[in-house]
Write a protein that binds this ligand. Structure first.
Ligand SMILES: [Mn+2]
Length: 350
């Protein structure tokens, strides 16, 4: 068994980088000579673009020699109802009754639907399994074990979509759960009570919003292991440069020059920290803006969050305390001074 697993590509008109990501996934699947490519929901961003995207998707899938299994997610729940055709190797699973056998494994999928009770459907789908083979479950769902916040999902706000707990899968007869819905990063969770059964979120293979930062990846699943395969696809990269009181703006450029971003990377640059009387925040911001000019194409967002400390540093009491820190705690003076200044100015760690 060798499967490449992904989800949440959110193909949409006008987003060529997502189409490119699909091509990258197909060529990765080819490179690893997989038995199947699984896409666990939100393959399409919405149901309106299907007509425009259909020919191009069909073309990308036209020369593959492995099956592609796809389930609808909350974004493309209604997209497949018109009976679109994406090629002879693409199986859009629209019912929990469908079952596909490939070599020594069986693929089943629970299509996302706002009109069904997913727990009932999960019990239903678990009844009809093949006891002689590995059974895989594809599902687009919200795993409540991972986090209480909503940062990981797409743009849907705080609504829960097919909320599940890892414990649900403990007694269900599936070897692995190939999931979708979480965008930001990969999550590989062992199903409780077992060391070799996994619940897998691959994360979006391309940045959809600015929340998906860092190099994107897909999951390669074999009988022996679960591996993260990095993809050369479009993504945002967040870089924070912390300004220390004794540094000059050149250090910003130094950090940027080590990055060497390619055309697939867009940088969100965050400059934080403090300035002293040598630089006003305005002067510093202008200087940094000048320094980052050569990287203009790659920097999509520049956040200047440096705080001005000059007025605090002029205070004789503050000066006295810093002097004492420097004299009495020489070894940790830098750390202590920073800590003290944070306390004085009311800056707390995020
Ligand atoms: Mn999504």
């Amino acid at each position: 068994m060798k499967i490449l697993h992904t989800s949440d590509i959110h193909l949409a008109s006008g987003h060529t980088e997502r189409v490119e990501a699909l091509k990258a996934l197909v060529s990765t699947a080819r490179k690893y000579d997989v038995d199947a490519l699984t896409i666990a929901g939100d393959f399409l961003d919405n149901e309106n673009d299907v007509v425009n995207l259909e020919p191009e998707i069909r073309k990308i899938f036209s020369e593959i020699n492995f099956p592609v299994f796809l389930i609808p997610g909350n974004h493309d729940e209604k997209a497949y109802r018109s009976g679109i055709y994406l090629g002879k190797n693409v199986k859009i699973i629209t019912s929990p009754e469908e079952k596909y056998r490939v070599k020594d494994f069986v693929v089943k999928g629970l299509p996302y639907s706002s009109e069904v009770d997913h727990v009932t459907e999960l019990l239903k789908i678990s009844r009809d399994i093949d006891p002689h083979h590995k059974n895989l479950l594809m599902i687009h769902c919200d795993l409540l074990d991972i986090s209480g916040d909503f940062e990981d999902r797409g743009t849907e706000g705080d609504e829960r979509y097919f909320p599940v707990y890892l414990d649900y899968f403990k007694e269900l007869p599936f070897s692995h759960v190939l999931a979708g819905h979480f965008h930001t990063k990969t999550h590989i969770k062992a199903i409780p009570g077992s060391e070799n059964r996994f619940f897998i979120y691959p994360g979006s293979p391309v940045s959809i919003t600015r929340k998906e930062t860092g190099k994107r990846s897909a999951i390669l699943l074999t009988d022996e292991e679960v591996t993260t395969i990095p993809l050369d696809t479009f993504h945002f990269e967040e870089i924070e440069i912390k300004f220390e009181i004794d540094k000059n703006p050149e250090s910003v450029l130094k950090k940027l020059s080590t990055l060497n971003p390619d055309s697939n990377t867009k940088i969100i640059l965050k400059v934080t920290g403090f300035t002293n009387s040598e630089y006003s925040p305005e002067a510093l911001e202008n200087e940094i803006k000048k320094l980052i000019q050569p990287y203009e194409e790659q920097i999509t967002e520049f956040l200047f969050l440096v705080r001005d400390l000059s007025h605090v540093l002029e205070d004789p009491i503050v000066q006295k305390v810093i002097e004492i820190i420097n004299n009495e705690y020489r070894k940790d003076s830098k750390e202590l001074t920073e800590f003290y200044l944070k306390a004085v100015t009311g800056v707390t760690e995020e």
